[in-house]
Every structure is written in structure tokens, then in C-alpha cells.
Design a binder for this molecule. Structure first.
Ligand code: KG4
Ligand code: ZN
Length: 336
């Protein structure tokens, strides 16, 4: 079979990224231009600034991805782009660029769902991985438990009813004065703290739902800190970070393992920025392996936003016949 080379483009939040991937699994290049340094002084992503920055960098990022892959546009089979979910202005930059390239170069255009992209990072990290499997996608914008039936067909088994897991990490990091993005900061501070210092709530849905809710634990942590502040008591930020992280990862692990048991899948994969969390990785592995379930996750650089995962998802969509035309638009609230 002829090799398929996909140029992936990602601009849904605060990373401008481009990558060339061969046959959905082999990375030929990956360029990520992150805007974290620009947004961190505001404590979070400022959408208007993100869009402008994407416009400034997208062409250079794509050129560099081709250069690193030692290719030019004529070697590319198709162009895959994230069209949602995400910040609409940010998404539009990638979508417009991909449309212009596809039109000018007469190449097929493939629209990719960002959440499916996160899941496909696992196909790159684990060349032998095949569906079906159960996947936890936890990032700044989403917390989904997904049953991957095949390479393009996914069933949502549970999702957050309020905040995404990453959003809760970012918020608590801000309250603790750790800066943005909060996930990695809490992750490293938590390693010095006692995860049982404070027992923050774990929400159990009344029905047999696998949905999550993180607003309760977020409020509990904020109230706890306010109380200590009001009393003028000294406290360990590391203990609070560790206890908060313990509560969130307990919920993520127990629901995901329950989902895998219901579908009788022997593989759980992790995806999205929160999948880079060291406690989530080790806890999921320990608990799932006791039940005979294997746990796989990508390296941290493929967990947070990147274009390799978009090119990989784009490959599976491409071989499945997915094509977009010049009417493709950004869809901020696209579901899986
Ligand atoms: O997937 P991602 O890069 O962007 C979205 O699609 O949202 O995820 C970013 C989120 C942020 O909320 C960040 O704090 C969180 O992932 N994150 C982590 C870790 N690394 C990134 N959360 C917990 N532990 C980490 N090590
Ligand atoms: Zn993402």
C-alpha cells in the first residue's frame, strides 16, 4: 500500500502546532509554538490574544514542520485540521490556513475533532494499539470517558457535569498562588505533600452514571483555604495540592475502570493534558492492573495539545473517507 503522509494543523487553544505523520503512527516532525508565557500573566488563556498570536505564527510553524520532515507540500497526501471544539477565533486560524493550503495545492482536506485527536495520540505512542479500548480524555476543556469502538467511531460513557478536570487543577493552582497552567505545578508540589492530610469530597452520582463533577471539590478546597487564612493559621500548600489531586484522580480512576469493566475492554488509555499527571498515571495503572486491565498513556508532550495527534486522527479519518470542502467552519462546541 502507498504511504500516506498527513500534515496536521492545531490551533484550538494556546498552542500553534503543525506535524507530519506517516501512516497515522510514525512522527516525521512535530512543531509546537506555545503561548503559555504570554497568557500566564493573565492567569489563563485570553482568547483574542491567542487568535492574534496564531495568525502571526501559523505559517512559520507549518514551514518548519515540513522542513524537519525533509518534505515539501507536494509530498503531503492530505491536510488535517482541528475544527472544534475550542476557542472559535483560535480554531478559525487553523481552519482558514488549512483551507487555503488545500485549495492552492489541490490536496484533500480532512476535518478533525480535537477530542478524537487526543485519543489518537495513543496510536502514535503505542504502535501495536488497536481498538476497542476505553479511554479517559481529561484536559483543560473536557473530561470524557470514551469507548473507542474502532478508529473513527466513539461512544461517550461519561463526562463532566460542570468543570473539566484540568480547569479544576488550574483554578486551585491559582488560589494557591502557583501560576498558570496549574496542572504541572500541582503535580510537582503534590509529590512533597500528604494526599490524606485533608479528605476533600469525592462526588458519587446517585444513579449508575459515570459522569464526573469537580465543582464540589474545587469549592471545598477554596473554602478550606479561606478558613485557614481567616484564622491566620499556617498551612502546607503541598498537603492541600496532594489532597486535592488525590480526590480528583480517585474519581477519574474509579469511573474509568468501571467503564472498562462494563464494556469488558482489557485496555484503558489516557489522553489530554491531565493524562500527563504522574499520580493519575500510577494510580490508574495500579488499580486497573489488579483487575487484569492494561493501562497505556502517551508521553507528556503528546498529552498536551500538539499536531501529531491531529495528523494521526486525520489519517484514520482520511482512510475512512472523511473529506471537508471550502465550507468547513470552526465549531467551538463540537461534541465527540
Ligand atoms: O490537552 P490540553 O493541553 O489542552 C486542552 O485541550 O484543554 O490540556 C491542558 C490542561 C490544563 O488544564 C493543564 O493544567 C492540564 O492540562 N495539565 C495537567 C498536567 N499537565 C497539564 N494537569 C494535571 N497534571 C499535569 N501534570
Ligand atoms: Zn486539548
Amino acid at each position: 500500500m502507498k504511504d500516506i503522509f498527513i500534515l496536521g494543523i492545531e490551533s484550538s487553544c494556546d498552542e500553534t502546532a503543525a506535524a507530519v505523520v506517516k501512516n497515522g503512527r510514525e512522527v516525521l516532525s512535530s512543531i509546537i509554538n506555545t503561548q503559555i508565557d504570554i497568557h500566564k500573566k493573565y492567569g489563563g488563556v485570553v482568547p483574542e490574544i491567542a487568535s492574534r498570536r496564531h495568525i502571526e505564527t501559523v505559517n512559520a510553524v507549518i514551514e518548519e514542520a515540513l522542513e524537519r520532515a525533509d518534505m515539501d507540500f507536494s509530498d503531503i497526501t492530505a491536510i488535517a485540521v482541528t475544527y472544534g471544539p475550542g476557542l472559535v477565533g483560535a480554531l478559525l486560524v487553523g481552519v482558514s490556513t488549512a483551507k487555503a493550503l488545500a485549495y492552492a495545492l489541490k490536496k484533500p482536506l480532512v476535518n478533525v475533532n480535537h477530542i478524537k485527536g487526543h485519543i489518537c495520540a495513543n496510536y502514535v505512542a503505542h504502535p501495536e494499539l488497536e481498538p476497542p479500548f476505553t479511554c479517559l480524555v481529561a484536559s483543560g476543556g473536557h473530561s470524557h470517558i470514551v469507548y473507542a469502538k474502532d478508529y473513527v467511531d466513539y461512544e461517550i460513557m461519561g463526562m463532566t457535569r460542570d468543570d473539566a478536570a484540568g480547569e479544576a487543577f488550574d483554578k486551585i493552582a491559582r488560589v494557591l498562588g502557583l501560576g498558570y497552567p496549574g496542572g504541572p505545578k500541582i503535580d510537582s508540589l503534590a509529590s512533597e505533600g500528604d494526599p490524606h492530610a485533608v479528605e476533600f469530597p469525592r462526588v458519587k452520582m446517585s444513579d449508575d452514571s459515570l459522569d464526573f463533577s469537580f465543582s464540589g471539590v474545587k469549592t471545598a478546597v477554596i473554602n478550606h483555604i479561606h478558613k485557614l487564612d481567616q484564622r491566620g493559621e499556617e498551612y502546607s500548600k503541598a498537603d492541600i495540592a496532594a489532597s486535592f489531586q488525590n480526590s480528583v484522580t480517585d474519581a477519574l480512576c474509579s469511573h474509568t475502570i468501571e467503564a472498562a469493566l462494563r464494556k469488558n475492554t482489557k485496555i484503558i488509555t489516557l489522553a489530554g493534558g491531565v493524562a500527563a499527571n504522574s499520580q493519575l498515571r500510577s494510580k490508574m495503572k495500579n488499580v486497573a492492573e489488579e483487575k487484569g486491565i492494561n493501562v497505556l498513556f502517551p508521553p507528556p508532550v503528546l498529552c498536551t495539545d500538539n499536531a501529531v495527534m491531529i495528523a494521526s486522527a486525520g489519517y484514520f479519518e482520511y482512510v475512512n473517507g472523511t473529506r471537508a470542502d471550502m465550507r468547513l467552519n470552526a465549531e467551538a462546541s463540537l461534541s465527540l
